[in-house]
Write a protein that binds this ligand. Structure first.
Ligand code: DX5
Ligand code: ZN
Length: 239
């Protein structure tokens, strides 16, 4: 299992210290929740913050775009230091084109679906997708409870990916994840879990990371997870 802690729940008054505490604890990914006050009823941060923290961290920056028409901002997020850009299927008129554009920029591409959105379009979108994100809550705020209907959706998504030959596509689940429901979410078919409040509210971070990992340690290895484990922060190009 990969755990991607959501920066939104960190102590925003000392981000550099939080980033090094995460790396010291053995965390490898960082989830960055970008909210525009339109696609979701909340506003967070954008490329300037990513640019500011990038020199202080070697974590894999997994950027979750909860913004309308995300295609307008792909280059801004790439230039700021994103490693993966995840757009919402509901927010883009042509997700397949935007996913391909993300890959063309050399980043991993991800597609997210809200709890109430049908995922049958996955059949057509899977070829341009590096990672699927399924929301466990209606996006907008951390600290919400996981919606139980998401379990069926994770199983359905896994079956759809397998039917399109994309069984090695990693599935990320975001919202309401905690050590208590980690085993069930992973058994349903997730590979990568995002956690905000249930992670940052419990120091020390190494013990908290271990609590999540322990909950999933009985699961057999999976190609999709192995694939995501190979994703790393690319070193900057030398000039
Ligand atoms: C929800 C965000 C999540 C959220 C996770 O809109 O996309 O990433 O911050 O927070 P928790 O784990 O507290 O639900
Ligand atoms: Zn998120």
């Amino acid at each position: 299992m990969i755990l991607s802690p959501s920066l939104l729940s960190a102590d925003l008054s000392c981000l550099v210290a939080e980033l090094s505490a995460l790396e010291d604890a053995g965390v490898r990914w960082l989830h960055l929740d970008i909210m525009d006050g339109s696609f979701v009823p909340n506003i967070t941060f954008g490329p300037p913050l990513i640019r500011a923290i990038r020199p202080h961290s070697r974590l894999f920056f997994d950027v979750h775009l909860m913004i309308e028409y995300p295609a307008r901002y792909l280059h801004d997020f790439r230039d700021a230091g994103a490693d993966m850009l995840v757009l919402h299927a509901e927010a883009d008129r042509n997700p397949r084109r935007t996913l391909a554009a993300i890959r063309d920029m050399g980043l991993k591409s991800g597609l997210a679906f809200n709890p109430g959105t049908d995922i049958s379009s996955l059949r057509w979108l899977a070829p341009d997708l590096d990672m699927l994100l399924l929301m466990g809550v209606n996006p907008g705020f951390s600290g919400q409870s996981f919606l139980p209907e998401a379990y069926d959706k994770i199983r359905a998504a896994r079956a759809l990916l397998a039917a399109t030959g994309a069984q090695d596509t990693p599935v990320q689940v975001d919202g309401g994840v905690c050590p208590e429901n980690t085993a069930a979410i992973m058994e349903a078919g997730a590979d990568i879990l995002v956690s905000g409040s249930a992670f940052f509210g419990h120091k020390p971070y190494d013990a908290r990371l271990a609590a999540f990992m322990r909950a999933a340690e009985h699961l057999p290895p999976r190609p999709a997870l192995d694939k995501a484990c190979g994703w790393r922060r690319e070193p900057p190009a030398s000039c």
